[in-house]
Design a protein around this ligand. Structure first.
Ligand SMILES: [Zn+2]
Length: 295
């Protein structure tokens, strides 16, 4: 790796705060190693809720879109990443039976070909070697997360093709595409059991009780990035999204040192690769770094 051509990582997320709960320690680690890291945030999180009881007040709800942009700016600084909003409107999480229709004009309703355009332009401008996104189920059943997956896959495939989106800049083909696999049954069980061993109450008990093993992704993990020393940076970035996270809630109920000891990695599935690397991997840039001449 030379100074003239550093490695570049692009993480595509649905809402402000997703970058701090999925892959944040990985990003902080790579930033510390001199990798350029960019977060693309598809929507402004306009239809989110105030999830921190301490801030659940009318004046906070009124200013939510603006507050979320301010929170994102703080998280961006803490993580040391660049970040851009792609300009789509949050679809909200539909609730009820039957589910209500999605609001007109929201991100999830934009045709994927059109919704991928700003991301294709960003890939051609930022020229990432690695792109991170969610799996085909969105990792979480929110229509914006599924859409984020769809536009990421389309943009990964189209950005290097001069015949697609010809007006959006010089073609650039990223080398690897990964899906977040941070919340596997294996990891959750390991943390749960370790907490019980210490005699503490486990924040995962309820979650595990309702977990459908058929939906577990453990077997898909190809790549585990050691990043435990950056877990505190991850938590600081998450807390910066003050309207979105309860600092006394389940997210923070598992002691830091236990997490660092029991599960010191963030995990991914290598979904597409244009380079050779040996699986399992511990580096998102495996197979890419070696192709850059070392001066
Ligand atoms: Zn989200």
């Amino acid at each position: 790796m030379t100074e003239a051509d550093p490695m570049r990582l692009l993480a595509v997320h649905a809402h402000p705060d997703d970058e701090s709960s999925k892959g944040a320690a990985t990003m902080a680690k790579y930033v510390a190693e001199g990798v350029q890291v960019m977060v693309a945030t598809c929507t402004g999180g306009e239809r989110g809720s105030v999830l921190n009881p301490a801030l659940d007040r009318p004046e906070v709800w009124e200013r939510l879109p603006q507050l979320r942009a301010e929170e994102m700016a703080r998280a961006r600084e803490i993580l040391g990443v660049e970040q851009e909003f792609l300009g789509f409107v949050d679809s909200g999480l539909p609730e009820g039976d039957p589910l209500p229709p999605l609001p007109e004009g929201c991100f999830a309703l934009v045709p994927t070909e059109e919704a991928a355009a700003p991301l294709v332009a960003l890939i051609r401008r930022f020229r990432p070697h690695v792109v991170l996104t969610y799996d085909e189920r969105g990792g979480y059943p929110h229509p914006d997360h599924v859409k984020t997956h769809d536009v990421s896959v389309l943009a990964f495939e189209a950005a290097g093709d001069p015949e697609r989106y010809p007006d959006l800049g010089e073609p650039w083909q990223p080398s690897k595409l990964y899906y977040h696999m941070g919340f596997t049954l294996t990891r959750t069980r390991a943390l749960h059991e370790a907490m019980l061993e210490t005699g503490a109450e486990s924040p995962y008990a309820e979650w595990l009780a309702t977990w459908d093993p058929a939906r577990d992704m453990s077997h898909r993990v190809t790549t585990r990035v050691p990043c435990a020393e950056y877990f505190p940076v991850r938590d600081a970035a998450l807390i910066a999204h003050a309207t979105q996270i309860d600092p006394h809630g389940r997210w923070f109920a598992c002691p830091m040192d236990l997490q660092q000891r029991v599960w010191p990695t963030e995990d991914y599935e290598l979904a597409r690769s244009l380079v050779d690397s040996t699986l399992p991997e511990d580096d998102l840039f495996a197979g890419i770094r070696s192709e850059v001449p070392v001066l």
